[in-house]
Ligand binder design. Sequence first.
Ligand code: FAD
Length: 454
Amino acid sequence: MTEPLTIVGSGLAGTLAAVYLAQAGHQVSLLERRGDMRSQTQAAGRSINLALSARGLHALDEVGLKDKVLEQALPMRGRMMHAPDGELTSQPYGLKDDEYINSISRSYLNQVLMDAAEKAGVEIRFEQRCLGMDFDKKQLQMQDAQGQDYIIQSPTVIGADGVGSALRRSLIQRLRVNYSQNYLDHGYKELTIPAGANLQFQMDPESLHIWPRGHFMLIALPNPDKSFTCTLFLPFEGQESFQSLDNSPAAIQAFFERYFADALALMPDLIETYLANPTGVLSTIRCAPWHVDGQMLLIGDASHAIVPFFGQGMNSAFEDCTLLAKAFQTYGPNISEVFSQFSSQRLADANAIANLALDNFIEMRDRVADSDFLLRKKLSLELESRYPEIFIPKYSMVSFHRIPYAQAEALGQAQQELLKRLTAGRDDLAQIDWQAVAQEMQAYAQLAEINSAA
Ligand code: FAD
């Protein structure tokens, strides 16, 4: 067993890491800046619901929480695209019955994890803000709810304090760190489609709804109370932007009438919600290394925040927890080795999912409405059905398998080229040249083999 572990941040990654490590017999304490969400109402604005997929489910399964979490989840089996004239086109996410993603409430999930952490013996201390770490003295610099500064002697710290991480700042001051934070030109705002008059869903609840409009988009995920949480992704500045809407009720109404008329018809409180909810920023954080010897390690958004367009931020943070628990099993009690092995294994994958998430933004807001793109998607599912041993579509590699992200990125690029070649000049699956496909698949099979061996 190792010395006591202190985890900073009882968000999604911090609480799951605490559960994993406490279940493995470590002594774990958690420090959280906010109050206990189980006894407080939640502030709006920070993605009320999330898409949970294979990597997250695997982690929850390992700590025995998958069934409990899925009790409150809603399956989303495909994308439902809403054209400007209201026409709907659906596209399944996967081929198999169990290939769907799950809409889950962030606060429900976090609360289940907190309960499980406490049950496993973890002490969670709320309203304790971490200001940073003094590595020479092995001390966490803290502030309590009354604004009093104090220190905690902490030989081993895991920083799960999210995108604005105070511990990342300490790491950057301590080491030569390659670090970047790139903000997207787009912000986001959460809106709501409430349940209908009959207290039922007003749109298909088994879909993730998308209104792709070129350089901006609206999406909607279902909630158990039969409402949908919508997120508007819009540039901060420019012709159609948060700035141009200028919080003017008339401008917001006109913008929705023009671009999202079918959604607007289902949003009686649009203006109130738009004005009440904050406009969030989105950024990609790349950072290396993630640890200071065996003293401190960053996980989740603190080390690799990504934009939300592949629905993988939480899923990759949960996968961090799985891999970290495994590294403790393999290399503990040598914490330096645990942290450095974990970081070196994980870095390339974190960069890959950051790239994939940025690419998927363009795909969701722009290409999903494009007929060439839709044909390529259809063909990619058809290839999976004809060559199940060789071809797994990129989306499925990321969402329904636990294939390392770097491998999914490399194979995804090869798939894109392949699908473009096979669909060039064609507008229907019936026109595909299956002999050419068979030849292409031989070359692809070799590439897939090389990648899985790498
Ligand atoms: P967080 O969940 O942010 O937790 C950090 C915790 O640390 C918080 O509790 C915070 O209060 C605490 N904290 C912060 N600073 C301090 C401090 N100084 N001292 C003490 N405590 C501190 N991911 C998906 O997988 N699927 C999705 O569909 C998805 N959709 C998203 C939609 C949007 C709009 C956004 C913004 C993100 C989305 N994500 C999604 C990403 C996901 O929310 C994050 O990746 C995930 O929350 C990361 O977990 P974390 O524990 O690292 O950080």
